[in-house]
Design a protein around this ligand. Structure first.
Ligand code: WT7
Length: 630
């Protein structure tokens, strides 16, 4: 169960082994887990279809590896410390034994509601222990969870419920975020007006505000669980049975459901967790992500529990009650490995050192970054003020689709270079491709980041639409998985991620397609047409700049508010544009294509030098946009 690589020398030899014989490499690691039936074939794959199968024929249940397996040795060890939004409220803990019991009870509860293996369950929950228990209870009985981040709107929730045809929604009465409360149950009620696959809504009472109750459909979480047996045998799952769906945005269309399967995901999340963070038994790990994102799936729930780790789960936000909250929590639980996003680091850096100096932070051993490129200033501040020049910063590059961390330092073993994610983990074979799809083999180059060989937790499909999976990830460059990112490789072979090369923008580590935001804007009654681009933003990494053409005489400020509402309704407040400019027209080519290059430049602050504009239908459009550019 200890999968930790002890040094950079060993990393190099393990990496070589993993490339020379990936099947043997991963089989050896897979053998350290508990299987109900051994696999017959370690790997079969074809990136053209695409079709990837790891540990075929093998049967297991991931929750036995997360819980049952640990009970004898560490039943009384804390699995989770739960820290509430309000510092004065009661914090909670769950030991492995308690977590096992709660999961079994809820799993039996799910069965009593008619949920069977393969059914989809949508989880729309705040950062509570019950949210995590819900995830694991699904996996226990082989139900496929689809967690929807509780910041998404009821329309976005409805889209995801409908796409997955979920039979059950698990939610709570409310959510606390700093000084704000949100009635999640009301959002679900609203969403369900558009959904007919849902038979029941399981409601956990968390904030205890009044909620509507629909007789026959809504079920109280606690009453259900109280009446259940605490023994629930784990369903036997094939390695390639679906474990979960997680929706994520791309350049076109509605968000797609990325599918991960049981066996490979189990092995890779545990392996990457232990190695990147160099987690040792007894350490306290804290990942500040929400369970609604892949980071929460892999490094709050699955990776740590598979490794028998103790973790902190935090309900609140980094700036409440003040900008010292993260550091107070680190000291309170003596956190050894801390994992957060550059946007949080930048915001806290901006708040000033008076929020850091009151805290010791002397338990920290490894500090991590995820979700977007970390700029040099933020990296240096994190390393110096939080890590006290004493902790390696692991800059972890990966994606919803990759299931686990792909390129990163391994604790203090790896050489560090600020703003560089570094070297690939064993088993990961990244390549840089040029425009024509040829591999660039030398160093000190830049190219499209692709992966040329499957790893255990690669996405298997996009739910209900395999063709889309093929088109988005496996068709740009035949024979490769295309990440959508551009990257540089330096003279030492270290990777530095530049950012997305497609129409995806990354706002505070949250991923949105520009088309998706435009669709939401276009639902506005005043809007005729819109174009959305990203631009560099000091805190968020990227900000959202929306150009809108309207057929109304209302004041620009009124239009702006109304456009914000449309985005909040369609996607969620997290996708609200930072800047909205009402324009008389968009710069289009004679064939009607919007020249986004120009809009991007204006959003970035360029006021001249737009390159070749000779194909523009009406060049005066650009001048008029410039007059009121923000
Ligand atoms: C995109 C994936 C993986 C968990 C959170 C985001 C960007 C992610 C890094 C990093 C530079 C990064 C990429 C990637 N990204 N980590 N360390 N350095 N960029 O998951 O929502 O699937 O987004 O986030 O552009 O493609 P996601």
């Amino acid at each position: 169960m200890n999968l930790r690589i002890p040094s950079f020398e060993v990393y190099k030899s393990e990496y070589q082994k993993s490339v020379d014989n990936p099947e043997a490499f991963w089989s050896e690691i897979a053998q350290t887990f508990e299987w109900k039936k051994p696999w017959t074939n370690a790997l079969s794959w074809n990136f053209n279809e695409p079709n990837v199968k790891w540990f075929e024929g093998g049967s297991m249940n991931i929750t036995e590896n997360m819980l049952d397996r640990h009970l004898e040795e560490r039943g009384d060890q804390v699995a989770f410390y739960w820290e509430p939004n309000e510092p004065g409220d009661v914090a909670k803990t769950l030991t492995y034994k308690e977590l096992h019991r709660e999961v079994c009870k809820l799993a039996n509860g799910l069965k009593s509601l008619g949920i069977e293996k393969g059914d989809r369950v949508c989880i729309y929950m705040p950062m509570t222990l019950e949210g995590i228990i819900s995830v694991i209870a699904c996996a226990r009985i082989g139900a496929v969870h689809s967690i929807v981040f509780a910041g998404f709107s009821s329309n976005a929730l409805a889209d995801r419920i409908n796409d997955a045809k979920a039979k059950l929604v698990i939610t709570s009465d409310g959510l606390n975020r700093g000084t704000k409360q949100l009635d999640l149950k009301a959002m679900v009620d609203e969403a369900l007006k558009q959904c007919d696959s849902v038979e029941h809504v399981l409601v956990h009472k968390h904030t205890h505000n009044d909620t509507n109750y629909t007789e026959g459909r809504d079920v109280d979480y606690q009453s259900l669980v109280d009446s259940m047996d605490d023994n629930c045998p784990a369903e036997a799952m094939d390695s390639e049975d679906m474990l979960f769906i997680l929706y994520t945005s791309g350049s076109t269309g509605k968000p797609k459901g990325v599918v991960h399967t049981c066996g490979g995901y189990m092995i890779y999340t545990a392996y990457s967790f232990q190695n990147v963070f160099q987690y040792e038994q007894g350490d306290v790990f804290w990942c500040t992500a929400d369970i609604g994102w892949i980071t929460g799936h892999s490094y709050i729930v699955y990776g740590p529990l598979l490794s028998g780790a103790t973790s902190v789960v935090f309900e609140g936000i980094p700036t409440y009650p003040d900008c010292g909250r993260f550091w107070a929590v680190c000291d309170k639980y003596k956190v050894n490995q801390f994992y957060t996003a550059p946007t949080a680091i930048r915001a806290l850096m901006g708040a000033g050192l008076e929020f850091v100096t009151p805290f010791k932070l002397d338990s920290l051993k490894v500090i991590g970054s995820v979700g977007e490129p970390i700029n040099d200033e933020a990296w240096q501040w994190y390393h110096r003020e939080i890590g006290k020049d004493n902790c390696p910063v692991v800059d972890t590059w990966w994606q919803t689709e990759t299931g686990g961390i792909m390129i990163s330092g391994l604790g203090s073993h790896s050489p560090m270079n600020p703003t560089h994610a570094g070297y690939p983990l064993p088993g990961i074979q990244p390549v840089l491709l040029d425009q024509d799809g040829n591999e660039i083999t030398e160093n000190e180059v830049e190219g499209y980041l692709c992966v040329k060989y499957p790893w255990p937790s690669i996405l298997r499909t996009t739910y209900g639409d395999h063709e889309r999976c093929k088109n988005v990830y496996f068709s740009n460059y035949e024979g490769y998985y295309f990440t959508g990112d551009g990257a540089k490789r330096d003279k030492d072979g270290m990777y530095r991620i530049i950012g997305r090369v497609d129409d995806v923008i990354n706002v505070s580590g949250h991923r949105f397609g520009t088309a998706e935001i435009e669709d939401a804007i276009n639902t506005n009654q005043h809007v005729v047409e819109s174009a959305v681009v990203g631009y560099p933003h000091d805190i968020k990494g990227q900000g959202i700049y929306a150009y809108v053409v309207v057929d109304s005489n209302e004041a620009d400020t009124a239009i702006e508010l109304s456009v914000c509402d449309s985005v909040s309704d369609g996607i969620g407040r997290i996708a609200k544009p930072d800047k909205i400019q009402v324009v008389t027209g968009l710069p289009k080519t004679r064939s009607g294509k919007i020249m986004r290059r120009i809009l991007r430049k204006i959003a970035e602050g360029e006021r001249a030098n737009f390159g070749d504009t000779s194909t523009l239908l009406d060049p005066t459009v650009v001048e008029s946009i410039l007059e009121k550019a923000k």
